[in-house]
Structures are given as structure tokens and as C-alpha cells.
Design a protein around this ligand. Structure first.
Ligand SMILES: *[C@@H]1O[C@H](CO)[C@@H](O)[C@H](O)[C@H]1NC(C)=O
Ligand SMILES: *[C@@H]1O[C@H](CO)[C@@H](O)[C@H](O)[C@H]1NC(C)=O
Ligand SMILES: *[C@@H]1O[C@H](CO)[C@@H](O)[C@H](O)[C@H]1NC(C)=O
Ligand SMILES: *[C@@H]1O[C@H](CO)[C@@H](O)[C@H](O)[C@H]1NC(C)=O
Ligand SMILES: *[C@@H]1O[C@H](CO)[C@@H](O)[C@H](O)[C@H]1NC(C)=O
Length: 621
């Protein structure tokens, strides 16, 4: 017998390996293209001239690019059914994320059998219907399974016990029915089956999970109430007398609760009004200042930077994500600003952050990083701190806290419809004071530190309408010199010629325009176009000169009584800030103390009004 040629053997093996690798990625690519064309949704801008799909958005490959291993298409508006022979052909897939889309129909049974390496399956927040296909349960490597917020039905299969490494099982907000099988999954730490149509007793293996994981079903047993023997939540059998007693007791109890509620409402109403006026003058509580002081110390200690895969973090956010996770987050455009587009990014772990994608930055890398380090050190309760940044030649990203209420601009000028809550005087005064404090803090950092782009769209609001100044220092990155006119529209001080060189006194001017905007309800950019080229400060001054002061105020403000004097005082501050000559404008520190004066007066005035029936001699003046 002839020995096979060793070289030949080697060669054929190599060719076989090579061809299998090539055919793998080529068939993965074909599957992707065919999936993409079969479902509706956002354009993905895949470079179809590239034979290797590994650089396509949402696609990740193995280290040697021989096969596709992860697909992340979150929040891309994908609709229709998952077509067969597409994703199911990508046989080395480890992660499949199609969360937050509008995919519908049943989850196809042929999706799973060949995906034997699948570890993470994220299909939450779609419109899938029908049962979980049995084929899923052959994928024994699954670690994370999230099918929440769909329209799936049928019972929960005991075959989930097949997943011996399962860490996450989210099935909440579907239509699952029947009883829960006894699941014994020692590694399961994230579990939720709430808001389904499940009945019966919770099995022992799940009794250690939190109550909230089971709510919105008809279940009993640990950790919920005990069962009555028929697998129903226990109801006590009672005699007629006891029932009568309970009814009488309940009625009495109900009256008592009603009474308590009434009292409580009154207390809350009084408290709420007090709180609104306390914001401006009140300081932070000790806990917050302690936290801030601690962060400050850590920063001074020099151990600030925490780099995760190119993402440079500042301070102690506790955030634990890297660039890759950020890039694959589902993104929603919040707005297109002067310096680039801002996105709300929701990561797989559920965290929301705001990401600003800078454009046209002319600054070099070293200067850019130095500038970011400077901005990243700023920390004050009235600013939006820079949490992290990313720099490379083609892409510059800044990461901030996400504030759901949005900007003052949107609140003042956004929705004039019926559903809108008008901003009352106290809130506007508190916003003016908080914004002034934030800007004053920036100015206190050094005599040359300025914000550079103060306008109402850069004042963001927390849920309790506390203002936070954003976008500071970005004007100095030099990216906006190409488009100076859109920079700060009607907010720009007359002496400013270069938008990347804005002095503190020019900031004061812009802040004055912002105060006028709060008082008049008019957008300065709009006024510029409407009133024959007259800007907001000049329009206000002309009206005031004619002694028609009341005419300038926002109609929404005129419904509040006894605040006109304060409004006129704030108007005077705004007029001083928008003085033609920089030397005539007050410093930001001075502006803060002037507005504090107005807000303090408000505080004492309101308490007197609120406390009808209380001995007024005990109140502060
Ligand atoms: C998926 O695989 C099947 C069977 O191997 C094949 O018939 C089909 O053409 C493949 N689909 C794509 C889109 O390549
Ligand atoms: C894999 O593909 C990516 C994107 O196309 C590319 O940047 C990388 O260099 C490739 N790696 C290998 C080992 O070919
Ligand atoms: C789920 O199905 C019900 C009826 O079966 C339908 O009314 C509902 O709109 C569906 N929900 C979603 C999110 O598709
Ligand atoms: C997993 O579940 C399936 C049911 O679909 C069952 O046939 C199989 O034997 C179970 N075990 C394994 C290891 O796949
Ligand atoms: C919930 O389950 C009960 C009985 O198991 C059934 O009668 C009912 O129609 C189900 N409701 C929904 C919304 O599926």
C-alpha cells in the first residue's frame, strides 16, 4: 500500500480549511443581504462593494473575519417577519440582538437549529406572536434570553431547564399562560415573568426571586401570598357575622383613609409650593455636597482617567461600558446642534446616555485631549458634566448624562398646544438663578474660561425643572468658525467677531438675552427675523422706553398676581446684561446675587400667602 503524500495531505487540508472559511463568510454575507432586503426599516448604508461584511454597521466578525458572530440591530425600525434561510444560515452566530424593532409574526422555528453557538438572544420589544418554538431549547449554550414586551403566548416550557448556563430570562409583558414549570437554574440572576396571564403556584426553584418578577399574574406561593391548596391565592372563609364586621370595619377604615389623604394632600400642596420657591435660594443638602467634595478629591488625586476601549471616562460615574457597547446602543436623534448631532443612546444594559457626535473639529489630537481634560474637571450642580469622550481622526464623541425633559428652548417654544403646561413665574425665576449659578461657576474657574454659546437650547432641565448648563467650552474647539452665523443667532454680543473667542462679558450678554427670552416668551432667533432685523434686546429696550413695560412680558406670566414688580426687576437685570459696551455689563457673580435678591423676596412673600390660618407673627419676613 502506498503512503499518502504528506505534503498533498497538508495542502488539501489547508485548501479545505480556507475554502470553508471563505464560504462561511460569503454565505453569512449573502444571508445578511437577503435578511436586510426582506424586512422593512432604517437604511443601514452597508458598503455592498466589500466582499467581507465585517465592517458593516451592526455586524461583528470572528477575529480572523472568517464568520459573522454578532448581529446588533437595535431600534432600527425593522418590520415584517424574520425570513427563513437568512439569519439561520449564519451558523457561528453568538449574539443576536433585534430588540426595539417592529418585527412581527411568529418566531420562525427554523431560526434556531443551526445556531448552535448562540449565547445571547435579545428579541425584546417587538410584536412577535405565537409560541416560543421548541427548537430554541436545543441551544444549550444560551446565557441571556430576553423575549420581553412582545405578544408571545402559550405556556412556559420546562425545557428552559436545558439552558444550564442561563443568567437572564426576561419574558415579562407577553401573554404567556398556564402554570410556571419548576425551573432549577443555579446561575439565573435576572428573571422577570411579570405582566402575563400565568396562574398557579410559584415553584420552589424560583421562590427566591423578587416579588416584582411575578406581578401582573394570578400567582401564589413564595415570594407572594401563600396558596389555598387549589393553586389559587388564599382567601379566608368567613362567617356572616365576621363579614358584616369586616364590612363595617372597612367602611370606617375607608373614611379614616379618606380623611388622612385629604390632610396629606394639603401638606403636599403646601410643601410643593414651598419647594418651588426654595430651589433658588436653598443650598444643597449635605449628602450631595459630600459626594461632590469626594469626587473633587479623587480628581485632585490625579487618578481620574479610566479608559475603556478608547473611551476616556471622567470622575466616578460608576458607568461600566466600553466603546463597543456604546456604538451598538440603540440611538435616537435628540437634536442637531451647532457642534454636531446629539443622540440618546440606550445600551443593552438599559442605561441611557446623551452622545454628542462632533463635526468639523479643526483642533489637533493633543490640544483636543487637553481641552477635554479641562472640561471634564468642571463639576457643579447647575452644569451638565462631561462624563466621557472618544477621539480618533474620523470620529469624536462626547458622553453626557441624559436629561429626559430636554431644553428650556423646547419648553418655552416647543409645544404651544393644549397639553402644554405653562412655566410659572417661580419656575422661570428658579431657572434664571440656577443657570446664572452654573455660568458663574464656569467663569470662576479662570479669568479666561467662558461658556461661548449660551442660549436656551443649551439649558437642560431635570425632572424637577432644575437647570443644567450644557455645551460649555465646545465653541473653543474651532469647529464652528466655518458657520459663524448659525452659532448663537440672536444671543451674540455685538463685539464678538470670532465665535471661538467669546469673552466672559460676551457670555453675560448672551445670558441677558436668555433672561429676556424667559420674560417675553419670544425666541431671540425668531425676533431677529420677524421684527425688521431688530433683535430681542433692542425690541425690549424700545418698548420699555415708550413706558409700555407690561407689553413685553409673556402673556402666560401676566396671569400670576403680585409678581409684576419682580418681573420688572429681572427685566432690569436683563437690560443691564445686554448693554452695548462690555464694560457696562455686570459680572456673572453680580448677576447671581441680584437674581438671588429677587428669589429671596419671593420666598417670604409666598409663605405669607400660603399660611392662612397660621399665626403670621412666627413667620420670617
Ligand atoms: C441558506 O441556506 C440554505 C440551505 O443551505 C440555502 O438554500 C439558502 O440559499 C441560504 N440562504 C441564503 C440567503 O444564502
Ligand atoms: C477584519 O475586518 C475588519 C473590517 O473590515 C478589518 O478592519 C480587519 O483588519 C480585518 N481583520 C483581519 C484579520 O483580516
Ligand atoms: C397583541 O395582541 C392583541 C390581540 O391578540 C392585540 O390587541 C395587541 O395590539 C397586540 N399587541 C402588540 C404589541 O402587538
Ligand atoms: C432540550 O429540550 C428539547 C425539547 O425541545 C429536548 O428534546 C432535549 O432532549 C432537551 N435536552 C437537550 C440537551 O437538548
Ligand atoms: C388568560 O387565561 C385565562 C384562563 O387561563 C383565559 O380565559 C383568558 O382568556 C386569558 N387571557 C388572555 C388575555 O390571554
Amino acid at each position: 500500500m502506498r503512503q499518502p503524500n504528506f505534503l498533498l495531505l497538508l495542502l488539501t487540508t489547508a485548501v479545505l480549511l480556507l475554502s470553508s472559511a471563505v464560504s462561511d463568510i460569503a454565505s453569512d454575507r449573502a444571508a445578511l443581504i437577503s435578511f436586510r432586503s426582506a424586512v422593512g426599516g432604517r437604511v443601514l448604508f452597508w458598503d455592498l462593494s466589500n466582499p467581507i461584511p465585517c465592517s458593516w454597521a451592526g455586524v461583528s466578525c470572528s477575529a480572523d473575519n472568517s464568520s459573522v458572530v454578532e448581529l446588533h440591530f437595535p431600534g432600527m425600525g425593522l418590520s415584517g417577519q424574520i425570513p427563513s434561510n437568512t439569519i439561520s444560515n449564519i451558523t457561528n452566530l453568538q449574539t443576536l440582538s433585534l430588540r426595539y424593532n417592529s418585527l412581527s409574526g411568529p418566531i420562525p422555528p427554523d431560526l434556531f437549529p443551526s445556531l448552535t453557538s448562540l449565547r445571547n438572544l435579545y428579541l425584546q420589544h417587538n410584536s412577535f406572536t405565537g409560541q416560543i418554538p421548541d427548537t430554541l431549547f436545543s441551544l444549550t449554550s444560551l446565557v441571556r434570553v430576553n423575549l420581553a414586551e412582545n405578544n408571545l403566548s402559550g405556556s412556559i416550557s420546562p425545557n428552559f431547564n436545558n439552558f444550564t448556563r442561563l443568567g437572564t430570562l426576561y419574558l415579562q409583558s407577553n401573554q404567556f399562560s398556564g402554570s410556571i414549570p419548576d425551573l432549577n437554574l443555579p446561575t439565573l440572576d435576572q428573571f422577570d415573568i411579570s405582566n402575563n396571564n400565568l396562574t398557579g403556584e410559584i415553584p420552589k426553584g424560583l421562590s427566591g426571586k423578587p416579588r416584582s418578577s411575578f406581578s401582573g399574574n394570578t400567582l401564589c406561593g413564595e415570594p407572594l401570598n401563600s396558596c389555598d391548596g387549589n393553586g389559587k391565592p388564599r382567601k379566608n372563609k368567613l362567617s356572616g357575622g365576621a363579614i358584616a364586621g369586616i364590612i363595617i370595619g372597612s367602611v370606617l377604615g375607608f373614611c379614616l383613609i379618606l380623611l388622612l389623604l385629604l390632610c396629606l394632600c394639603r401638606v403636599i400642596l403646601v410643601k410643593k409650593d414651598k419647594k418651588e420657591v426654595e430651589i433658588p435660594s436653598g443650598g444643597r443638602n449635605d449628602e450631595t455636597s459630600f459626594a461632590v467634595a469626594k469626587t473633587e478629591k479623587e480628581k485632585n488625586g490625579g487618578n481620574v482617567l479610566n479608559v475603556k476601549n478608547g473611551l476616556v471616562f471622567f470622575g466616578n460615574t460608576g458607568w461600566n461600558f466600553d466603546l463597543e457597547e456604546l456604538l451598538r446602543a440603540s440611538a435616537e436623534v435628540l437634536g442637531k446642534g451647532t457642534f454636531g448631532t446629539v443622540y440618546k443612546a440606550v445600551m443593552e444594559i438599559g442605561l441611557s446616555v446623551a452622545v454628542k457626535r462632533l463635526r468639523d473639529i479643526s483642533m489637533g489630537e493633543k490640544e483636543f485631549r487637553a481641552k477635554m481634560d479641562e472640561i471634564g474637571k468642571f463639576d457643579h450642580e447647575n452644569i451638565v458634566p462631561l462624563r466621557a469622550y472618544y477621539y480618533n481622526r474620523d470620529e469624536k464623541l462626547l458622553v453626557f448624562d441624559y436629561l429626559p425633559i430636554g431644553s428650556l428652548s423646547a419648553l418655552l417654544h416647543g409645544n404651544k398646544g393644549a397639553g402644554r403646561t405653562p412655566l410659572n413665574w417661580e419656575t422661570r425665576a428658579a431657572i434664571a438663578l440656577g443657570a446664572a449659578r452654573g455660568i458663574s461657576y464656569l467663569h470662576s474657574q479662570s479669568s479666561t474660561t467662558s461658556h461661548g454659546s449660551i442660549k436656551s437650547s443649551n439649558i437642560l432641565l431635570t425632572k424637577s425643572y432644575e437647570p443644567r448648563v450644557s455645551d460649555f467650552g465646545l465653541a473653543q474647539l474651532g469647529g464652528i468658525s466655518s458657520a459663524p452665523n448659525i452659532v448663537i443667532g440672536g444671543y451674540r454680543a455685538p463685539e464678538v467677531t470670532n465665535p471661538s473667542k467669546v469673552s466672559q462679558k460676551a457670555d453675560v450678554y448672551s445670558f441677558g438675552v436668555l433672561l429676556l427670552e424667559l420674560l417675553t416668551g419670544k425666541a431671540p432667533t425668531h425676533a431677529l427675523m420677524n421684527e425688521e432685523g431688530v433683535d430681542l434686546p433692542r425690541w425690549v429696550q424700545s418698548v420699555v422706553r415708550e413706558e409700555w413695560t407690561a407689553e413685553v412680558f409673556d402673556l402666560e406670566l401676566l396671569r400670576y398676581q403680585n409678581v409684576e414688580e419682580d418681573m420688572v426687576q429681572l427685566l432690569q437685570i436683563a437690560i443691564d446684561c445686554t448693554a452695548q459696551y462690555p464694560d457696562k455689563r455686570p459680572s456673572m457673580g453680580k448677576v447671581v446675587s441680584l437674581i438671588e435678591g429677587i428669589c429671596k423676596k419671593d420666598l417670604s412673600g409666598d409663605i405669607e400667602e400660603e399660611s392662612i390660618g397660621v399665626d403670621s407673627s412666627t413667620l420670617p419676613n
